[in-house]
Write a protein that binds this ligand. Structure first.
Ligand SMILES: Nc1ncnc2c1ncn2[C@@H]1O[C@H](COP(=O)(O)OP(=O)(O)O)[C@@H](O)[C@H]1O
Ligand SMILES: [Mg+2]
Length: 240
């Protein structure tokens, strides 16, 4: 299943927040590999540093020390502007909070990554509608986010993150607000999108219902990766 080519890698990544005596190191020398064509799920208790780590891989947060290589690009050697441009083209980030724009429709929300890349709204809309249909929202495209349920809003956020067919899909608890059926739909969509070479998905989750969609499962605790194994080697009973 995995070609074992590395898609994203962190080496000895360290990150602290705060300053002076209230400075706290939340990532300690984190080494993590994600491989092409793989869905990697990242598990770990609240506060252990999952969101911090995936934000560093996505390029939205800079580590204090360490190396981050994503799709062959060494982010630690790139300027902020170059990282922003790289991220806009190659990364689809699904936030824990959906971050939808409340004043525009769902289809307009789903266009945003394409607009950022300079596409016109009229050219972007068909792509947005296609992706919204793939997450089962064809009936709701003209509504504003507050006219939808939490699970539907989460699917709009997913469609928006995927509309530009990013090579790296990163999502922070993508199925938290979804029922089993929609959770499965979203994981199957990820699977179909990463089938092309050079793509992968990194998914933070607490949701044991979707763990079997992973190719590899990494476990984090207290700012460190403590295990990263193929799903068939993962000890499900121990982690219930
Ligand atoms: N911007 C920030 N400023 C200060 N502390 C932060 C910030 N972001 C995260 N933290 C702290 O870093 C630790 C790890 O947070 P986070 O990466 O969000 O964990 P997780 O996603 O695993 O719940 C927590 O103790 C959190 O309070
Ligand atoms: Mg988090």
């Amino acid at each position: 299943m995995s070609s074992h080519l590395i898609a994203a890698q962190t080496r000895a990544v360290t990150k602290s927040f705060g300053s002076g005596t209230s400075r706290i190191e939340v990532l300690h020398d984190v080494n993590l590999n994600t491989y092409e064509s793989e869905i990697l799920m990242l598990l770990g208790p609240s506060g252990c540093g999952k969101t911090t780590l995936i934000s560093i891989i996505a390029g939205t947060l800079t580590p204090d020390r360490g190396e981050v290589t994503v799709l062959g690009q060494e982010l630690h050697k790139m300027s902020k502007a170059a990282i922003t441009k790289f991220r806009a083209r190659n990364v689809g980030f699904i936030f824990q909070q959906f971050n939808l724009i409340p004043t525009i429709t769902c289809e307009e929300n789903a266009c945003v990554p394409l607009l950022i890349q300079g596409m016109s709204m009229s050219r972007a809309l068909p792509h947005a509608r296609e992706m919204l249909a793939q997450v089962g929202l064809q009936e709701h495209m003209k509504k504003r986010p507050n006219q939808l349920s939490g699970g539907q809003q989460q699917r709009v956020a997913i469609a928006r993150a995927l509309v530009h067919k990013p090579r790296l899909i990163i999502c922070d608890e993508p199925t938290a607000a979804l029922d089993a059926e929609n959770g499965r739909m979203v994981m199957e969509l990820f699977r179909s999108l990463i089938r092309q070479p050079g793509r992968c998905a990194l998914v933070v989750t607490h949701d044991h219902r979707i763990l079997h969609f992973a190719d590899r499962i990494a476990t984090m605790n207290d700012g460190k990766i403590i295990e990263s194994v193929p799903t068939e080697e993962f000890d499900f009973e121990h982690h219930q």
